[in-house]
Design a protein around this ligand. Sequence first.
Ligand SMILES: Cc1ncc(CO)c(N)n1
Length: 279
Amino acid sequence: MPGTASNPRTPPYALTIASSDSGGGAGIQADLKTMTRLGVYGGSVIVAATAQNTRGVEGSHVLPAESIRAQYEAVADDFDIAAVKLGMLATAEAVETVADCLADYDGPVVLDPVMVATSGDRLLDADAVDAYDALFAQATLVTPNADEAEALTGVFPDSPAAVSDAADWFFDRGADAVLLKGGHVATDGDIVVDTLVTPTETTTFVNPRIDATATHGSGCTLSSAVAARLARGDDLADAVRRGIEFTRATLAEPADVGEGAGSVNHLVGVGDGWTPDES
Ligand SMILES: Cc1ncc(CO)c(N)n1
């Protein structure tokens, strides 16, 4: 039901805790665009401001822990947060601060363990990886790509047995579910297999591979789309399926912006955007 000025509608509210990509294709910018496209009101806690474009990461400035905490408290005090997405957390101190902020939060948490940008630049300090352990215990879903899964668990998830072993590593640390993304895994035939694993169930999502070079922002988009669908009340498997569908749409018609490989296109299907009612 559309709202009116005197009787506003109440959209679900989701929060991204992640870092700014000045270029706009990944990070907080991808998260907020995705949440908007999926009908969710998005808020943000900015951990670091990266100086970044489609070619690479030029620099990164991490906010002080008290500023990260103050942003979270301002949001948590005022909004009913229906889901949280976690992206680039930069340092061990920031990871610990976020884990501490979320200790009392009991809604769904989608944790994208961002470590390296598509361009190859590091986004997480090496000594921050151990600090993640405190966050896995709070995660409803962890969404590693195959390289992140290997860096964390020691297992490259390119077979059902390896997927199961990698997932067990996250379960040992208290995660409720893991989505092992297949985009970085070579397959026979042009398909991508993403596998959602819970301690009791395994669901595979098999899709034709999109031959995309403009993949910047795809991981951020998927994890925030899943968080948005969870905020809208989907169960986990539906949220993941729809998150994959939206991400595939943004990959299939990439945005030709910047001199680098380009970005996923959050404007897919938007046309010229909102226009005033001229009638
Ligand atoms: C800020 C930011 N978050 C995440 C990614 C992952 O692509 C990126 N490149 N930049």
